[in-house]
Write a protein that binds this ligand. Structure first.
Ligand code: SF4
Length: 149
């Protein structure tokens, strides 16, 4: 939901803490996920992500979530799917050049980064280009598996 995007950015710090807590619970339960089978769990997890991140962040379920770096602003809402900062067309009022009614995702990302109040701005870390093969899969399960390696 678009209105929730700005709300989530304004509450980026609290939401990121919640996200970290959720991550620790998911990692703790990793043996259970492994036993059930990641392939079997992907769809139910995706539905859960769509319901929660979709509502709060207007997440587009790219399966490779980086909102922890972008101040809780989902970069997939950028019409050009920019993953490492804005294009050159941001309007002077902070709106998107493609969708003039929408705040530029990267203006929100900067605002969210300031609100995180972390020592380093996570936005400065370079992100890989979006992998289209992962779109529509569970980012949470991918994160759990990443920690298993
Ligand atoms: S102005 Fe911002 S949201 Fe719009 S296309 Fe450029 S980077 Fe993406």
């Amino acid at each position: 939901m678009y209105r929730m995007r700005t709300w989530s950015v304004r509450h980026a710090r609290r939401l990121k803490s919640l996200y970290r807590y959720l991550e620790s619970v998911l990692l703790f339960a990793a043996p259970l996920w492994r036993r059930i089978g990641y392939a079997r769990l992907d769809k139910p997890f995706l539905l859960l992500e769509r319901a929660t991140k979709g509502f709060l962040l207007d997440s587009q379920s790219c399966g490779q979530c980086i909102v922890g770096f972008t101040g809780l602003a989902c970069p997939m809402n950028c019409p050009k799917t920019m993953r490492n900062g804005p294009c050159g067309g941001v309007r002077a009022n902070g709106k998107c050049e493609v969708k003039p009614d929408m705040d530029c995702v990267w203006v929100l990302a900067w605002e969210g980064n300031k609100r995180l109040q972390e020592k380093e701005y996570p936005i400065q870390f370079l992100q890989p280009a979006v992998d289209n093969r992962k779109i529509g899969t569970s980012a949470w399960l991918r994160e759990v598996r990443r920690h298993e390696v």
